[in-house]
Design a binder for this molecule. Structure first.
Ligand code: ADP
Ligand code: AMP
Length: 220
């Protein structure tokens, strides 16, 4: 691939999108834009946006498209339109809007990566996930523990469990994913941009290598 500056990561909640987007963004020299992290920060700071989205997030349902589009348009602009998108687009309407925003600027996506992970693994991953409330980095109690007990390797802040990583909300999020986000895969497929399907099961490093290979990126 000549350039890999605008990539979308798709996959069910807990597939490892955030974990991998951090690593791949570092290799490509672009910014990771994680919609969920942006919204959680707004909730934490108690901004008007945060107050608007908190209820949806707690229930594990999607925030309305118009709210998301405004937030992401600003974030992409700030990133200079070079990014890995993690958690956006999550509906076909969002995918169409993203295409419009890019084409208005003479830009296009360079790749869509789909991280494939089976449901039983998803539940194990999400129930053991702990996140840094400051930088958003995800850890796992067993699969990817922090160096110091329950503290972020980067910020030193105490890790927390996300309120939507409870089993009943996890089930709801998987349902929402099947109904509203899976059709985004077909949207890209049908518009000649078949998602690069990457097996998301295995060591974090191994999955990163698979993604870079799928994108045709050679690392020095
Ligand atoms: P997403 O952003 O897709 O919701 P995360 O990147 O937050 O997913 O990962 C979900 C959980 O799974 C986290 O606890 C993370 O540490 C863990 N995880 C990520 N990649 C792997 C992997 N390859 N093997 C095992 N656990 C993983
Ligand atoms: P995530 O961190 O990606 O698991 O997202 C957490 C929650 O934020 C989701 O369950 C939704 O409530 C909300 N959210 C994140 N991204 C989007 C999006 N693109 N569209 C609608 N809601 C979103």
């Amino acid at each position: 691939m000549a350039a890999a500056e605008r990539i979308v990561f798709l996959g069910p909640p807990g597939a490892g999108k955030g974990t991998q987007a951090d690593r791949v963004a570092g290799v490509l020299g672009v910014v990771k834009l994680a919609t969920g992290d942006i919204l959680r920060e707004a909730v934490r700071a108690g901004t008007p946006l945060g107050r608007k989205v908190e209820g949806y997030m707690k229930q594990g349902v999607l925030v309305p498209d118009d709210v998301i589009l405004e937030v992401m348009a600003q974030a992409m602009e700030k990133a200079g339109w070079r990014f890995i998108l993690d958690g956006f687009p999550r509906t076909v309407a969002q995918a169409e809007a993203l295409d419009r925003m890019l084409s208005e600027r003479g830009l296009a996506l360079d790749g869509v990566v789909f991280l494939d992970v089976p449901d039983e693994e998803i539940v194990l991953r999400l129930s053991g996930r702990r996140v840094c409330p400051k930088c958003g980095r995800a850890y796992h109690l067993r699969y990817d523990p922090p160096k110091e007990d329950n503290r972020c390797d980067v910020c030193g802040v105490e890790l927390v469990q996300r309120p939507d990583d409870r089993e009943d909300v996890i089930r709801k999020r998987l349902e929402v994913y099947r109904a509203q986000t899976e059709p985004v895969l077909a949207y890209y497929e049908n518009s000649g941009r078949s998602p690069l399907r990457v097996d998301g099961v295995g060591e974090v490093e191994t999955v990163t290598r698979r993604i870079l290979e799928a994108l045709g990126v050679t690392v020095g």
